[in-house]
Design a protein around this ligand. Structure first.
Ligand code: BEZ
Length: 236
């Protein structure tokens, strides 16, 4: 939408179809999300190449690449930098940076060049109160049906928690695969929440069932779901 020389971008929301785009990346041209049919996608932005927080984040994501692959998930990065800057930065990371025991780190997932900010604007990654020229640290979790399922935004000065990014992905996949909800701080192996009782009869039954349900009250019942069952289903 264009008003008085100001472009207003409607930010995508949870439940929306992921906006599509074609872009140049460090792994060649991509059509997003259609190139990744049947996969989960994590589309994330960082403010700039050759900056320390971003370097630490890329090394961490790079070190976890195999874990995300096992979770049928494609990582795709973006910043408002050109392709040659991206290539030079990724080469520097591989050849020179030794951080927290990570070194010789080759980043194999695509990093989008977005000098025009077209993609960043489509995804609400440019947040002018923080910066008008760089993307904030956004993370979009997009499911195999191309629906946005979770969105995270971090400011420029704070590196993301990659353990939490992986936990969210596993949580979304577990909720989908087992038809359950997940309580605060859930991790694989913890009890999961069964869907709410839809009738008085079911509510009563739940409170009487002491075998496989743990009901704190009729509306809040959990059941066991082993770590092994989660790992087997998610292909870990
Ligand atoms: C960084 O990645 O180190 C960074 C980038 C932009 C602003 C502040 C820090």
């Amino acid at each position: 939408m264009e008003t008085n020389n100001t472009t207003i971008n409607v930010m995508p929301r949870i439940g929306d179809i992921a906006p599509s785009f074609t872009a140049k990346t460090t792994q060649g041209q991509i059509n997003f999300p259609s190139d990744y049919k049947g996969k989960w996608k994590i589309l994330f932005s960082h403010p700039a190449d050759f900056t320390p927080v971003c370097t630490s984040e890329f090394m961490t994501f790079g070190s976890m690449a195999e874990e995300f692959e096992k979770l049928n998930t494609q990582l795709v990065g973006l910043s408002v930098d050109g392709l040659y800057s991206h290539i030079a930065w990724l080469r520097t990371i591989k050849e020179k940076i030794d951080w927290k025991g990570m070194k010789n780190m080759e980043i194999m997932f695509p990093l989008i060049e977005d000098i025009t900010m077209d993609v960043a604007k489509k995804y609400g990654m440019i947040q002018p109160g923080e910066s008008t020229t760089s993307a904030v640290r956004a993370v979009f979790f997009i499911d195999p049906h191309d629906i946005i399922r979770t969105i995270m935004y971090y400011p420029l000065s704070l590196g993301r928690n990659f353990d939490e990014i992986k936990r969210v992905l596993i949580g979304l996949q577990t909720a989908d695969n087992f038809g359950v909800a997940l309580p605060a701080d859930w991790r694989p192996g913890d009890e999961v929440i069964v869907p709410p009782a839809g009738s008085c009869g079911v509510a009563k039954e739940r409170m009487q069932n002491t075998d496989d349900l743990h009901c704190y009250d009729w509306f809040f019942c959990t059941k066991k779901l082993s770590k092994e069952a989660v790992e087997e289903k998610l292909g870990k």
